[in-house]
Each structure stands twice: as structure tokens, then as C-alpha cells.
Design a binder for this molecule. Sequence first.
Ligand code: NAD
Length: 218
Amino acid sequence: MKIGIVGYKGRMGKEIKEVFEEKGHPFVWGYDKDGETYKDIPELIIDFSLPEVLEISIKYVKNFSIPLIVGTTGLTDEQLEQLKDISNDIPIVQSYNFSIGIQLFLKIVDLLKGYEEGWDLEVSEIHHRFKKDKPSGTAKMIVEHFNKEVPISSLRLGNVPGDHTLYMANLGEVLSISHRALSRRAFVEGVLKSAEFIINKDKGFYTFTDVLFGENYQ
Ligand code: NAD
């Protein structure tokens, strides 16, 4: 797969470039703050940048008529709707977390759904000091799985790639579920799986849950 990366100079962009090249998928096109770098037309574009750059990714995947993977967090509801609209023509994978561990975390959360009565629920997330959005997209994904509002606490510390904990407590006990990404490579492995999944699709909107567990997973 010849890949293009929007945000190719960033922490995730550099890691994606390195891991894909290691697996034999050359980086042929990139876009960052100082514009475009071009060696060849890519076969898919991977966007890990900022929400305001999404327009650019959309423009290029339409021009090249290729799939798009979006990992950028903090997208607005309108942007998510826009991605769903264009997925009538362009295959798209969008997720706020491409790690396999968080997908398993969400499966556990599904098991807890319906047992909220009588329990206090809170989510905490810790990320590196450079992270722009707050709360994290992953924390938002976790709380969306519940039928009641769940508060989120966000800490910005050092170089932490991503820690998430769900706490449930009643007067006698505390249940907690935690996930820690040890490096950004955890996300890139998921992006690679998503690229292999989407490369031969001709349209459609998919999440990383669809990539891992199939499109009919509830
Ligand atoms: P980063 O700041 O290191 O990289 C962002 C890149 O985007 C930089 O190279 C920057 O120059 C570029 N950029 C900024 N403004 C631009 C513009 N106007 N035009 C073109 N390029 C521009 O950030 P990061 O840590 O690599 O994270 C990038 C995004 O990915 C964030 O939204 C982050 O939350 C998200 N992320 C998602 C996952 C996931 O699994 N979905 C995992 C990690 C990070």
C-alpha cells in the first residue's frame, strides 16, 4: 500500500510512517503545516492532525478517489456527519482510539451497561502535556456506552501516551477498569489493520470496532 499522511511531521504521523515503511508500505505523499510533499499518488490517506485540517484530507481523498482513515480527535458532530455523508462515495475508518486494548475495554463496558443503578461512575484520563483536546476522544467513547451522564477528569502530564480508567463505586466497594498505552505503536498497529481492511472497500463508514470485530458487532 502506498500511503499518504496528513500530519506526517507529528508524533503519530512519524510513528505511522516508520511502522508502515517497516512493513513494506511506502510513504509517498504527506501534508503538514508547511504544505504538501509528493512522490506519488497514495492509495489511502491517514489523518492524525487537528480537526481544522480535516477539510484538506477530504479534498485530497476525493481528488485521488481513495480511502481515508481518521484518527484525529476532537471532531465536531458536524464533521462526523460530514464524514458519514462522504462515505457514500469514499471508504472511511474513523476512531478516537486505534488500540486493541481499548476495544476490549469497550466490550467490558458493554457488559456493565444496565447495572448503573446505585453506583457512582467516573472516568479519568491522563495524556501528555502536548495534547490539545480535553476530554480525550476515548473517554468520550467510554461514557457514551452508559445510559447516564458520567463525569470525566482529565490530567495532562509529561509524555503519557494515554491512560484511561473507569471507576464504579457504591458505599461498600470500588470497581475499576484501566487501560494504559505503553507507546504510540499500539495505535499504529490498529491503523495498519484498518488500512488492510479499508484498502479494497469501495465506500462505507467504519469504526475500528467494525475493523476488529466485524460490521455486525453490537
Ligand atoms: P502532533 O501535534 O504531534 O501532530 C499533529 C501534526 O499536525 C503536526 O505535525 C502539525 O504540524 C500538523 N498540523 C497542525 N496544524 C496543521 C495545519 N493547519 N495544516 C497541516 N498540518 C497541521 O499530535 P499527535 O500527538 O501526533 O496527535 C495528532 C492527533 O491524533 C490528535 O488529534 C490526537 O488526539 C490524535 N490521536 C489519536 C489516536 C487514535 O488512536 N485515534 C491516538 C493518538 C493520537
